[in-house]
Design a protein around this ligand. Structure first.
Ligand code: AVJ
Length: 322
């Protein structure tokens, strides 16, 4: 087995700088917002893992089902020697792809990219043990800044799973897809997971579960700001809200100040005033239709080659070719 190597393109210092810039921009804007990136500290990542097992949160199971059925088709069409996984996290779903690519006998290399060095290191070690013939190289990086520096030694398949593309705003999404296309050679593939438009009722329940796990996940971002920016958000005074924006076709997670409060963010030298009932947007999670996915891919220079959904038609995987 080759010892997995970590390439660091994004340091703790880069992350700290990005958080300060984001928090300043979002907390001084009207209405107030924060980037969903900051939901995933160790506690947030753990809560997100619990979300994926909730009865209301169908997405993870739906995507798994599609991968189980179509991983071999994906391997054949992409004919990849290298699997690049953006925002790889625990890389569990990845094994389905790795197994299929291995059966296709083209696979040489696995390149997971994630902002969390610790999660990445552990995932790389685990994969390297079970796939001893693979060249495993973890890349510590922020996928929103694209794929620069990702090796191009073999024909690549870039996987962006979990519906995370929906957490980007439309302009960010366009920029992201264009930058991924720019890093690829004609013929290389992108596999992207998207949650689909469905009834408001079902969507709101997926983001406001009965057990309150999503509420905890959302509120945790305030604990992140308190710790990282020496802020004093009274976390218990903010309540979780999940709102369907029918015009934009996205879910918004918000935190509502139940009483007026003045929050000190010492690290930024900033005081932020919340009126009673004022809301802070912490995440957008866009829901898609096939035509929108095809059009956005096409504008970025990709051709949609395959579109698969789970049996219930709730979630889609798209295979696009540069
Ligand atoms: C899987 C990261 C895309 O938007 O559904 C889960 C994150 N937010 N519950 C999503 C999330 C609230 C999630 N992503």
């Amino acid at each position: 087995m080759n010892k997995p190597e970590l390439l660091v393109h994004f340091t703790d210092q880069d992350a700290a700088r990005a958080l300060r810039a984001d928090a300043r921009a979002g907390l001084t804007d009207t209405p107030k917002w924060l980037s969903p990136k900051w939901l995933y500290d160790a506690v947030g990542s753990e809560l997100f893992e619990r979300i994926t097992a909730l009865p209301e949160y169908y997405q993870t199971r739906a995507e798994q089902q599609i991968l189980q059925q179509h991983a071999l088709g994906i391997a054949e069409l992409s004919d990849a020697g290298s699997l690049v996984e953006l925002g790889s996290g625990s890389s569990e779903k990845t094994r389905l792809l790795l197994d299929a690519l291995r059966k296709n006998e083209t696979l040489r290399q696995f390149l997971p990219l994630d902002v969390s060095e610790s999660a990445l290191g552990a995932a790389c070690e685990a994969i390297a043990v079970d796939y001893p013939e693979l060249d495993v190289r973890g890349i510590v990086g922020d996928f929103t800044t694209g794929m620069t520096g990702v090796p191009a030694e073999h024909r690549r398949l870039v996987a962006f799973l979990g519906g995370t593309i929906g957490n980007l705003l439309p302009n960010e999404r366009a920029e992201f897809l264009t930058s991924v296309r720019g890093a690829l050679t004609t013929g290389e593939c992108l596999l992207v997971g998207t949650d689909l438009v469905k009834s408001q009722d079902r969507l709101v329940r997926a983001y406001d579960d009965a057990a309150g796990v999503t509420a905890e996940f959302n509120r945790n971002v305030l604990a992140v700001l308190n710790r990282e920016l020496d802020a004093d958000f009274p976390v218990e005074n903010f309540t979780h809200r999940a709102v369907w924006n029918a015009e934009q076709e996205w879910i918004e997670m918000r935190l509502r100040a139940e009483a007026a409060v003045s929050v000190r963010v010492r690290e930024l030298g900033l005081t932020v005033e919340f009126a009673e009932g004022e809301e802070l947007r912490t995440e957008v999670s866009a829901k898609f239709r096939r035509d929108r996915v095809r059009d956005e891919l096409s504008v970025a220079g990709f051709e949609l080659r395959r579109w698969w959904t789970d049996e219930a038609g709730e979630f889609a995987l798209s295979l696009a070719q540069a």
